[in-house]
Design a protein around this ligand. Structure first.
Ligand code: UTP
Length: 291
């Protein structure tokens, strides 16, 4: 089946959270600027979106978050210095981190009232078209990237697509778990969402990670600013209201996923990415053996 849906051209990056799990590191510096190997989290997810064909990048920012947009700016002094020193390879790296003009859009979330609220803050910039949401906390190591894989699934089925992965059954209580329908290869139809079920009641062990392709009707549900778990406006609550009215699929994406919003996931990601970096992998192995 190929339903030829409207293309996904825009991606929202919610970056207005407080990052309390990394305090005091995130007292002033945004969590999304923490580096995984040689580049910050926000650049990892920007590259994933760019390589998936996204044309407009929408940051939902908040207080103390200016560094995130500055990271993608042209840096003339730095470029001149690198050029003068003949560091052409580093110059290319720096240029790759610049966002071309007319591609970056900013909106603010005045108070961190939850992910659903952050996404709603981008509604004017999205308008009436499907869009992607990427959480910089979640990084997936794979070529093609997770979002590119999801867009392929979206082109086949249209509607809404989320990235899903299996969690250990004994841990279902920590996650939003999917009630699943028809299996379609790596994709699976979603019938329902159950918040943090007991392992014995969990309808599956599939959980959503921070990648979504959603239809603009989600904004109608988010606009109610209804508070859910943790007294926050939850994106999953609004998504649950779309279920049944629109196609909804989960994609078991290919690649290794790291939850960099937790300290352990962050360290695991740094080890995995540095062990794959030919410049330092031997050194990292040596350090690990010594430790
Ligand atoms: P988290 O649930 O990890 O929250 O948000 P957090 O505040 O960043 O971190 P902790 O839990 O206090 O350590 C997931 C993503 O959603 C964004 C965050 O910036 C992060 O990218 N977010 C969350 C917002 O933009 N606004 C919010 O109100 C909440």
């Amino acid at each position: 089946m190929n339903v030829n849906p409207k293309p996904v051209r825009k991606a929202v990056f919610p970056v207005a959270g407080l990052g309390t799990r990394f305090l005091p590191a995130t007292k002033v510096m945004p969590k999304e600027m923490l580096p995984i190997n040689d580049r910050p989290l926000i650049q990892h997810v920007y590259e994933e979106a760019r390589d998936a064909g996204i044309e407009e990048f929408i940051f939902v920012t908040g207080r103390y978050k200016n560094m995130l947009e500055e990271h993608f700016d042209y840096q003339p002094e730095l470029e001149q210095t690198l050029k003068a020193r003949g560091k052409e390879d580093m110059l290319a790296v720096i240029r790759d981190s610049e966002m071309p003009e007319g591609k970056l859009f900013l909106t603010r979330q005045p108070k961190p009232l939850g992910l659903g609220h952050a996404v709603w803050c981008a509604h004017k910039l999205i308008g009436d078209e499907p869009f992607a949401i990427i959480l910089p906390d979640d990084i997936v190591s794979h070529e093609p990237g997770c979002l590119a894989q999801m867009i392929e699934t979206y082109n086949e089925y249209g509607g809404n697509v989320v990235a899903v992965k299996n969690v250990p059954r004994e841990e279902t209580k920590k996650y939003g778990i999917l009630d699943i329908g028809e299996e379609k290869g790596d994709a699976v139809a979603i019938n329902g969402l159950v918040e943090k079920p007991d392992p014995k009641d969990a309808p599956s062990t599939l959980s959503i990670i921070g990648r979504y392709i959603l239809q603009p009707e989600i904004f109608e549900h988010l606009a109610a600013f209804e508070r859910g778990a943790g007294n926050e406006v939850q994106l999953t609550d609004a998504m649950a209201k779309l279920l049944g009215n629109q196609a909804f699929h989960g994609l078991r994406f290919k690649g290794q996923h790291f939850d960099c919003g937790s300290r352990l996931g962050f360290i695991a990601a740094n080890l995995a990415y540095s062990l794959k970096d030919p410049e330092i992998s031997d050194g990292v192995r040596e350090i690990l053996n010594k430790l």
